[in-house]
Ligand binder design. Structure first.
Ligand code: DC
Length: 230
C-alpha cells in the first residue's frame, strides 16, 4: 500500500526591531529557498492606515477597536511581491510613509488589534512554507516554527539604513529625527504588555551591525538549512 506523503510545510520566524533588515533579508532568503515571504508589519501598517483615514486616535484602544469590524485586509502575491488590500483597495505603497510607521507601532500595542490580525498570519503558515517577519512571530504567532531568528543591529545603523531607504524613495528625512523615531518605535514595540518584541528562548540571534547584506543573507540561509534540515 502506498503511503500518501504530505508535503512538509516549513516555517521560519524572523523577529527583531524596525530597521534591522528583516524584510529585505527575509524576502531574499525566501526567494533563494522558494518559500513564501510574509511581511506581517505590512498587515499592522494596513490597519493603521485605516485608523488614520478614519481620524481615530492610534493611542486609543477603544477608538481603534471600534473600527476593526469595518476592516477587511487581504494579501495577494504578484511576481513574489506581497500586495496589501484594504477593503479591496491596493494600499501597498501607501503604507510605507513615516506617518504610517509611527501609527502602526502605536496601534499594534492594543490587544484587540493583535487578536484581530493573528488568525490571518497563522493561516498563511498552514498553507505554505513561509518565512514570516515581525516582532512576535517566534513567540506568539508561530511558537512551533521550525526555525527562529532574532535579527538586531544598533539603533544608529538602523536609522542610517532607514535614512538611505527614504532618500532613494525621494522622501529624505533628517538623520537625527529618524534616530529619535527609531528609538521611540523600539520603546513602543518592546515595552508594550501585549506580545512585546523579545527573542524567543529558542531563537538564534544575529546582529547585523557590522556585517553587510550578502553576509547577513548567507548566515540566515545557513541557519535555516541547518535548523530545518534542508
Ligand atoms: O516591521 P514594520 O516596521 O513594517 O512594522 C510596523 C509596526 O507594526 C511595528 O512598529 C510594530 C508592529 N508589528 C508588530 O507589532 N508585530 C508584528 N508581527 C509586526 C509588526
Amino acid at each position: 500500500m502506498e503511503i500518501e506523503k504530505k508535503e512538509r510545510k516549513i516555517s521560519v520566524a524572523i523577529d527583531g526591531p524596525s530597521g534591522a533588515g528583516k524584510s529585505t533579508l527575509a524576502r531574499a532568503a525566501a526567494k533563494e529557498l522558494d518559500f513564501l515571504y510574509v511581511d506581517t508589519g505590512a498587515i499592522y501598517r494596513t490597519a493603521a492606515l485605516y485608523m488614520l483615514r478614519r481620524k481615530a486616535a492610534p493611542e486609543s484602544a477603544g477608538e481603534t477597536a471600534a473600527l476593526l469590524p469595518e476592516i477587511d485586509i487581504s494579501m495577494t502575491y504578484s511576481g513574489g511581491i506581497q500586495r496589501m488590500l484594504l477593503n479591496g483597495e491596493d494600499v501597498t505603497d501607501r503604507i510605507r510613509t513615516q506617518e504610517v510607521s509611527m501609527a502602526a507601532s502605536v496601534v499594534a500595542a492594543h490587544p484587540p488589534v493583535r487578536a484581530f490580525l493573528l488568525e490571518m498570519q497563522r493561516n498563511m503558515a498552514k498553507e505554505h512554507s513561509v518565512i514570516m517577519d515581525g516582532r512576535d512571530i517566534g513567540t506568539v504567532v508561530l511558537p512551533e516554527a521550525d526555525v527562529k531568528i532574532f535579527l538586531t543591529a544598533s539603533s544608529e545603523v538602523r536609522a542610517r539604513r532607514r535614512c538611505l531607504e527614504l532618500e532613494q524613495r525621494g522622501t529624505s528625512r533628517e538623520f537625527a529625527q529618524l534616530l529619535r523615531e527609531t528609538r521611540e518605535r523600539d520603546e513602543n514595540d518592546s515595552r508594550r504588555a501585549a506580545s512585546p518584541l523579545r527573542p524567543a528562548p529558542d531563537a538564534v540571534a544575529l546582529d547585523t551591525t557590522e556585517i553587510d547584506f550578502q553576509e547577513s543573507l548567507a548566515r540566515i540561509i545557513q541557519i535555516i538549512r541547518e535548523r530545518a534540515g534542508l
